[in-house]
Design a binder for this molecule. Structure first.
Ligand code: NDP
Length: 282
């Protein structure tokens, strides 16, 4: 069996071209405020990449790099200022935050109508009651990549490994809305191998290199690998043993170059949606 490598890059290029045209037609350029607390090197790289892509699409991206010792109260007050700032459309808080700050409380401080990551309870709630507003970026990215190789998802047996608020849970809801039969696995799942082997579509969002080996995967299954793991030799790999899937899986996303770039694209998609809505309401 020839395994199709799901080409994140070409889908990203297509989306970004469309977004650029949308932005050019808008009466005001959308603005995304990116908050980075501290100077974690991985976060700095992610933020830089997000800003580069924003620029490519024509969106203004303002970076606010704040002190690592900033208090939670001060950070929330800063977000409230951005909420009230008419010039700001989307707000993104780069995670993780320093340990002394409760990330949930900070995310909740974002105005749900400016929530570019779609992670506030209000936006997750809209998704779960079937009225999506701003949807988390990584789950949207997974769904769009999946549709390039499997346009009809109805009836598919999907196993998602991981149940975080950021990826696993909202993705499960998106796939239920596509009429898939969804199983959500996690660290307490008994016999993960057997559970994964049932999947027509296996999505892995854990953060453990090579967690998923060939024996976990049914021949001909489609694999979406969300994991990003930096090895000691600095190489970036996913959660799935990619090489062993070649000739075994029907299709797989590469890491890097799969879900990651598409996630950034979805962030900009959300920012444009926010800006369009705000421009319409003004
Ligand atoms: P979290 O740490 O929040 O969640 C990890 C999930 O994996 C948890 O539900 C946990 O279970 C589960 N888990 C942990 N160990 C096992 C195991 N041995 N077997 C089965 N399940 C296990 O991570 P995130 O969801 O935030 O991120 C997951 C991965 O995706 C990371 O590598 C992250 O870097 C990457 N990521 C990539 C993005 C992209 O753009 N490509 C965006 C976001 C994340 P339990 O709930 O029981 O603890």
């Amino acid at each position: 069996m020839e395994t199709q490598i799901i080409d994140g890059k070409s889908l990203v290029a297509e989306y970004q071209e469309k977004m650029k045209t949308q932005v050019e037609r808008m009466s005001r350029i959308p603005t995304l405020a990116v908050i980075l607390v501290g100077n974690d090197p991985a976060s700095e790289i992610y933020v830089r990449h997000k800003r580069q892509v924003a620029e490519r699409v024509g969106i203004v991206s303002e970076l606010f790099q704040l002190s690592p010792v900033m208090t939670q109260e001060a950070l929330i007050a800063f977000i409230q200022e951005l909420n009230a700032n008419d010039k700001v459309d989307g707000i993104l808080v780069q995670l993780p935050l320093p340990k002394h700050i409760d990330a949930d409380a900070v995310i909740e401080a974002i105005d749900p109508n400016k929530d570019a990551d779609g992670l506030t309870s209000a936006n997750l709630g809209h998704l779960f009651v079937g009225k999506p507003n701003l949807v988390p970026c990584t789950p949207m990215a997974c769904l769009d990549l999946l549709k390039t190789v499997c346009p009809v998802l109805q009836g598919k047996n999907v196993v998602i490994v991981g149940r975080s608020k950021l990826v696993g849970k909202p993705l499960s809801q998106l796939l239920l809305d596509e009429n898939c039969t969804v199983t959500q696995a996690h660290s307490k799942t008994v016999n993960l191998k057997k559970v994964c082997h049932e999947a027509d579509i296996l999505i892995v969002a854990v953060g453990k290199p090579n967690l998923i080996t060939k024996s976990f995967v049914k021949k001909g299954a489609i694999i979406i690998d969300v994991g990003i793991n930096r090895l000691k030799n600095k190489k970036i790999v996913g959660d799935v043993d990619f090489k062993k899937m070649l000739g075994h899986a029907a299709a797989i996303t590469p890491v890097p170059g799969g879900v990651g770039p598409m996630t950034v694209t979805m962030l900009l998609h959300n920012t444009i949606q926010i800006s369009k809505k705000r421009q319409k309401n003004n």
